[in-house]
Design a protein around this ligand. Structure first.
Ligand SMILES: C[S@@+](CC[C@H](N)C(=O)[O-])C[C@H]1O[C@@H](n2cnc3c(N)ncnc32)[C@H](O)[C@@H]1O
Length: 307
């Protein structure tokens, strides 16, 4: 219900026919603000389109507006100690294992990885906002089983998550290195570390402009593709995510589940961000329930996908 496709595509077509989409940028410093402004404008024009389409479209638009939030998750709140934030990210890791989410995400990512492998060196995979690193570990295991040579870097901004991740990687003997990295700056990355940039269940933690920056930075650092995986924006998940999160009896984590689901991006919004970041519309956004998957090829070699 909250994808608002008819009014969304109608709005986007208007903007495209007026030559206003995707808006152009030259300096990376402009990208964040430009994307945030464009998204505000898109949502305002979509509201008008919904009014024109009639009550069947206006009511979902009004529900979307009531649901949407720009609250910060406890997990991102710097006033909480890093150890608490690590505890909540561990709770998310348990939830991902319980719902089989890592296997699901690996099923979607392995064909992309197979399509990007290189004969001369291991494929560099960079995970942004990796939290506990559960996906990075699952990808390392699956790549090993598939005989694909990968070098995985799992990054996050919370130092406690980095030390815990490196401890677990050593314990499990998996080719995953954790390092502190701001997801939208990527400063200090060495060449070959980011052939594929992945971000999972975190896109909603960032503004549209910050996500656009991530994609543009990934391209600047030589990545062949960017894949963003996040919850599918829907009324069902707005209730479902906090409900499943509540099973662990950790109040801040349950509340984060609710905030997150209220912030999930629609498929059209993810596509808008990718189009602004790259200046092209070669991305695709799929629903692999209960996830949205944004796949952005960043150079010609990235179009091949096996499996
Ligand atoms: C919802 S958790 C997702 C963790 C992991 N990807 C998963 O699926 O379990 C969001 C993560 O984003 C991280 N984060 C927030 N702001 C960040 C930033 N600017 N740069 C890097 N990571 C950030 C948080 O520390 C947290 O680990």
């Amino acid at each position: 219900m909250l994808q608002l496709e008819t009014a969304g595509y109608k709005t986007l077509d208007h903007l495209r026919s007026r030559g206003e989409f995707p808006p152009k940028w030259t300096e990376i410093d402009e990208l964040e603000q430009l994307t945030n402004h464009f998204m505000e404008r898109f949502r305002a024009e979509r509201f008008v389109a919904s009014q024109e389409l009639g009550p069947g479209f206006l009511i979902p638009e009004l529900i979307d507006r009531a649901v949407r939030s720009d609250e910060t998750e406890h997990m991102d709140d710097e006033s909480h100690p890093g150890d608490d934030r690590l505890e909540w990210v561990r709770a998310l890791d348990r939830m991902n294992l319980m719902t089989n989410s890592y296997a699901h995400q690996c099923n979607r990512l392995m064909p992309v990885i197979a399509g990007l492998t290189r004969p001369d060196r291991p494929l560099g995979i960079l995970e942004l906002a990796a939290g506990s690193g559960g996906l990075a570990f699952a990808l390392a295991e699956r790549s090993r089983q598939a005989g694909i040579d990968v070098r995985i870097t799992a990054s996050d901004i919370v130092p406690e998550m980095i030390s815990e991740g490196n401890r677990l990687a050593a314990e499990r003997n998996l080719p995953v290195k954790f390092r502190e990295l701001n997801a939208f700056s990527l400063d200090g990355l060495e060449p070959g570390m980011a052939d594929l940039v992945v971000i999972s269940q975190s896109l909603h933690h960032f503004t549209p402009g910050q996500i656009a920056l991530m994609i543009a930075q990934a391209q600047r650092h030589g990545a062949s593709a960017f894949v963003g995986i996040d919850g599918f924006r829907s009324l069902l998940l707005t209730g479902g995510v906090p409900l499943v999160a509540s099973l662990q009896g950790i109040l801040p984590f349950t509340l984060d589940g609710l905030t997150s689901a209220r912030k999930f991006y629609s498929a059209i919004e993810l596509g808008i961000i990718a189009a602004i970041a790259t200046g092209k519309e070669r991305h695709r956004v799929e629903c692999s329930w209960p996830l949205s998957i944004l796949h952005v090829p960043l150079n010609e070699a990235a179009s091949g996908e096996k499996g």
